[in-house]
Ligand binder design. Sequence first.
Ligand code: ADE
Length: 248
Amino acid sequence: MHFDILTLFPEMFAGPLGTSIIGKAREKGLLSVDLRNIRDYALDKHAIVDDTPYGGGAGMVLKADVLVRAIEAVKGDEPAPVVYLTPQGRLFDQQLAAELAQLPRLILLCGHYEEIDERVRQKWIDREISIGDYVLTGGELPAMVVIDAVARLLPGVLGDSTSAEQDSFQTGLLDHPHYTRPAEFRGMQVPEVLLSGNHELIRRWRLKESLRRTLLRRPDLLQRKELSEEERQILAELEQEFGKEENK
Ligand code: ADE
């Protein structure tokens, strides 16, 4: 998959895109990233990219001509959706990450401090994405979040192909607890079942703990999920357990 990033601060991307899993995936050619500085598309000698808003008021607005020149230059002749990172966009979640991971190419437009001229939005932006209900200084961190979440779903990016399938959210549930050696740490034991070697018991314990976590921390996820017969049964068990605790 190929990402084109339009930004005023390309240097911000070096760490996250050059390190660890994403860095290795780029080395292996599983994903490629092209960083373009929006300022390179300003034609005047001071490379001005923004101007004061019509109607007055605080803040600056990124200029339409500069942005459109940049978008058209990266787009070339190949169709590719242009995504604008903004708190006004659709909330990014695992489902949207999975949808985007199906595409061969994505162009990500990052604003910084300021809004973009609305006419660019109307005609050159295909999707708007927000990474959460808070305001950041620019779209660079959100673009990195989107690339990271999408890239790890691409075939071959995660070493163990099952690890993305087991993720919190991918299954519609939060992940179960994890333990590693030693079996006892400062008097705290690893649950017996995980040491039993009984794969069926371990599978059911993990499912139950996933359901317990989701029920306690994110009951909204359960309401959206289609539950299997087994999941329904385990939820009934959990509700009974909680009921007993309340009656103590
Ligand atoms: N730009 C500034 N804040 C943002 C957010 N929460 N999501 C996406 N882009 C942004």
